[in-house]
Design a protein around this ligand. Sequence first.
Ligand SMILES: [Zn+2]
Length: 130
Amino acid sequence: MPEHDPTHADRLSAYQRARAAEQAARDDAVRVVERWNAALAVGRGALWSPTIRAAILAGMPWLDVYCPGCRTCRALDVRTIDRHPLASVGSLVLGLRCSWCGGAAPMPTIAGLHALPPSAIAKSVPLAGG
Ligand SMILES: [Zn+2]
């Protein structure tokens, strides 16, 4: 009777379970972020926002922030922000001030989460003059 090696088989299935759970978490995160981006696009994003963890898991860590004062958009990399991963990305604008507008800066608004900084996406698209 050949000796069975349960350790190896157990480890393999544990690995596969972990991989599957990881993939499921990523899929969930992508759905959450996409739902939020869609809600923002139709002006319904103010009720909730994804967590920093969801943004990173979804592979969309670039938070597009809009300053109503000078009408510019800037991208924030949520991976570089020292906050709890379960903090919502919406809470990141609290205390955030546009450096161009200085002390009179209004609170920025959030325009969405992206895989790449919007400036990289829109590199060839000139900004509309106001
Ligand atoms: Zn500004």
